[in-house]
Design a protein around this ligand. Structure first.
Ligand SMILES: C[S@@+](CC[C@H](N)C(=O)[O-])C[C@H]1O[C@@H](n2cnc3c(N)ncnc32)[C@H](O)[C@@H]1O
Length: 287
């Protein structure tokens, strides 16, 4: 009988030592803000083993060397994709879109009709279902919204999902998550469909790592960052919440995921306005 060593996990023919796991966890924390406890070791081992085999690496150490070398940007993105999930769906956590429709957008659209600029941000947007859902609700309330200065930004650290989001093509199964009353906002051809052109025009997509300083000059009126910070440790979460709070206009909204909690300096400036929903009570400038 073979008893597995407590410090080594076998992943499909590769052995992940505690030291290699620590190095990968350190790398993922430094570059992506991810918090990986040792309970993640079997998962990391099996997911990375497949990647090592595909790239013809013989062990985890040489893979780590590659990740730390120059020109490793695309492999770093691959690693992030392996360590996190891109699971998302249209109208996910629908109560947030009720708040958007009933409380957030009406005053913003009134301001936009008077010539003001309105900016909404889906941070960690994965394949784009979240920002397109925001666009559908916007369009429902204001059918000629493209004539106003209203824009939605969708960003994610993973360039693969950002490409999919920009392409706006989804399977019939993915599109079936959209409630019937919004079915006019996409066209279905066989087993695939596309989000309507006028909605797509409201959106811009980009690659952005949320643990790095945000590159924006202007502020946002609403930020959705849901089911992203769940991967971060508490200090990183608090840093990101604070950066969002400082990026919001006074009265701006922040929506976070169902299993995430607000804490740190941002909590003092954000008032609860519903389930995992916050309003920036700070009058302006940096909190
Ligand atoms: C589970 S999806 C959430 C998608 C969407 N917000 C939702 O709630 O349906 C998590 C996304 O966060 C992204 N992500 C993870 N770490 C990130 C980081 N440091 N900066 C930006 N995005 C990150 C992942 O690439 C992934 O697409």
């Amino acid at each position: 009988m073979t008893i597995a060593s407590p410090i080594e996990t076998r992943g499909d023919g590769f052995t992940l030592s505690d030291q290699d796991f620590e190095s990968i966890a350190e790398f993922a924390h430094k570059h992506f803000g991810l918090a990986m406890s040792s309970s993640k070791k079997p998962l990391v081992s099996s997911r990375l083993a497949r990647r090592l085999r595909k790239l013809n690496f013989t062990d985890f150490k040489s893979y780590l060397q590659e990740l730390n070398g120059p020109n490793a940007d695309s492999e770093r993105s691959e690693l992030l994709s392996l360590l996190t999930t891109n699971v998302t769906q249209f109208f996910r956590e629908p109560h947030h879109f009720d708040t958007l429709r009933n409380d957030v957008l009406p005053p913003l659209l009134e301001r936009a009709r008077r010539g003001d600029r309105v900016r909404l941000w889906s941070a960690g947007c994965s394949n784009g279902q979240e920002p397109y859902t925001i666009a559908m609700v916007l369009k429902e309330l204001c059918p000629d919204v493209e004539k106003l200065d209203v824009k939605i930004l969708g960003t994610d650290i993973d360039p693969v999902v950002v490409r999919k989001a920009s392409a706006a093509r989804y399977s019939a199964e993915e599109l079936s998550q959209i409630p019937r009353e919004y079915s006019a906002y996409y066209t279905l051809q066989g087993q695939e469909g596309t989000i309507r052109e006028d909605l797509r025009g409201l959106l811009t997509f980009g690659v952005l790592n949320l643990i790095e300083p945000f590159p924006f000059k202007g502020k946002f009126d609403a930020i959705f960052c849901r089911n992203v910070a769940i991967y971060f440790d508490t200090p990183t979460q608090q840093k990101v919440w604070h950066a969002f709070q400082r990026s919001l206009n006074p009265g701006g909204y922040l929506f976070i995921g169902h299993s995430e909690r607000m804490s740190g300096p941002a909590a003092a400036a954000l008032q609860t306005a519903g389930i995992t929903t916050y309003v920036n009570s700070h009058a302006g400038g940096n909190a």
